[in-house]
Design a protein around this ligand. Sequence first.
Ligand code: HEM
Length: 205
Amino acid sequence: MWSTFKVTVRPAVHLLCGLPLLYWCWMVWRTINGERTLLSTDPGQMLADQTGYWAFNLLIISLLFTPLSKWFRLRWVGYRRAVGLWAFAYAVIHVLVFYWLILGANLSSFGRELVQRPYIVLGASALFLLLLLAVTSNQFSMRRLKKRWKDLHQWVYLAAMLVAIHALWQIKGDWGWPMVQAITVMLLLGVRLWWVLQRRLSAAK
Ligand code: HEM
């Protein structure tokens, strides 16, 4: 019964995570076919915002899997990797949109942005951490790294904090959702630290 459920849920998880990407592809296709207003007057800006927004949302959802599975005794943790990889994929698309559509694929402009805008450095650091986590998210790395694998994958909280600051730093309008995202990350980090503290206290008894 559980295995049948797993077979149907996994494609559904991928489909749900891929929906924003399908939507952007549809919007780009319609724009190419003449519907100029669909991507707003600044498509680069709009796609950079949307891709960053979804990368961060999925990153937070991937962090929610462990506490929710523990509290509600759900066997969801197996889908965490899929959602985390989608978050990384959207983060990569986000940077590619920024590089191609906003900077016109100009490498020296990218270097200038890195030097002049600290929030870009934070985003790049987060992306580097997510890359490390994505390439070590397989069974092979788990077996090779053993206990160190868990320690390495705790860095996801640092990545999420960096993204939260990256997003808050460059807000021009509405603070609502970026604040909700940042507070959620802090709460999740708090829960994680509380578990570590509890484990240490019970080990010391
Ligand atoms: C080299 C790495 C990165 C660069 C160059 C970069 C660049 C940018 C830029 C230029 C913006 C502002 C877009 C605007 O003008 O409105 C932005 C916003 C944002 N970025 Fe990044 N970013 C990077 C990494 C990341 C990563 C790794 C994530 C998430 C996993 C992320 C999530 C976001 C979010 C959530 C926003 C705010 C979107 C909104 O307006 O709601 N970024 N990023």
